[in-house]
Write a protein of this length. Structure first.
Length: 307
């Protein structure tokens, strides 16, 4: 399995520049990540982009709504950004959300869910679920089709998207048509083969990944709950899934396990594997592989949603 050549040329810089998050507080990590963030001066155009606040249990959260130009009623993708449950925001994933909105095409509702450690499990998951319920209730206003609602996310956001499908099923709530899981956090298992191979030197090291769980779900017994670790759940009756995997990712094996478990439970599951990728590569627009993965993910999700 060979690392993508463009990533190989960047990996030492990426890895050495990754903050030692496991030695920092959540606020310090957010400040460090934000200081590294360089907004795109020429973002991909989307016809309509608007920020709003929506009510959730115990407060409110921001959402950013992207709607491409279309006279049709479009699918809706409720999207949860990655960032270890601790950092990143609407701006960090603006480029990815713009691209997904245009490529699927769909109305994308990006959720600025509340972050750990200030807001522990299951706050973030409940926020994304609440945003999904809100999007369904406001589908017509958004120019979307309430019968074609999907949830998606990358890394920690993939966990929140997967959990949202469980909540929607268990609570007999909004019907979700599909889920898009980009190298998702699925279980607090740190001894898989992919962790052993790629937990050091591949940009998102094992100590950081363990620390994220410590911030979001500090009680070890809570990590067995399906709304924390979806791999522990009964997976019957869930919406069709697109699971994107990166070959050089510590989380690769849990993503494979979840895709296999979904398929075994009867969920139509499309697996898109990028063997040369690393964790988080789809948010690195300088990479050709990122654009290929975005195209493949958007096409696969669009097919599930009937475009």
């Amino acid at each position: 399995m060979t690392l993508d050549p463009q990533i190989a040329g960047l990996i030492e810089t990426l890895d050495s520049g990754f903050p030692p998050v496991h030695t920092m507080t959540g606020a310090q990590v957010r400040a460090a990540i934000r200081a590294r963030f360089v907004p795109n001066p020429n973002p991909e155009p989307v016809s309509h982009v608007v920020d709003r606040q929506i009510d959730v249990a115990g407060g409110s959260v921001g959402v950013r709504i992207y709607r491409p130009e279309s006279d049709d009623s479009l699918p809706i993708l409720v999207y949860a950004h990655g960032g270890g449950f601790v950092f990143c925001d609407l701006d960090s994933h603006d480029g990815l959300c713009r691209n997904l909105a245009n490529s699927i095409p769909a109305v994308v509702v990006s959720v600025d869910y509340r972050l750990a450690p200030e807001h522990r499990w299951p706050t973030a998951a409940e926020d994304v679920f609440a945003a999904t319920v809100w999007a369904a209730a406001h589908a017509t206003e958004l120019g979307g089709d309430p019968s074609r609602i999907a949830v998606g996310g990358d890394s920690a956001g993939g966990n929140l998207a997967a959990v949202t499908t469980l909540m929607a099923r268990d609570r007999d709530s909004v019907p979700i048509a599909a889920q898009l899981l980009l190298y998702p956090v699925i279980a607090a298992h740190f001894d898989t083969e992919s962790y052993r191979r790629y937990g050091r030197g591949y940009y998102n090291p094992r100590p950081a990944l363990q620390w994220y769980w410590d911030q979001y779900v500090p009680a070890v017994e809570d990590r067995q709950h399906p709304y924390a670790s979806p791999l522990q759940a009964d997976l019957t009756g869930l919406p069709a899934a697109v699971v994107v995997l990166a070959g050089h990712d510590p989380l690769r094996d849990e993503g494979i396990a979840y895709a296999n478990a979904l398929a075994a439970a009867g969920t139509p599951t499309t697996r898109c594997s990028f063997e040369g990728g690393i964790h988080g590569f789809m948010t690195m627009p300088m990479l050709d592989l990122a654009h290929q993965a975005r195209r493949d993910a958007a096409r696969s999700l669009g097919e599930l949603l009937g475009r």
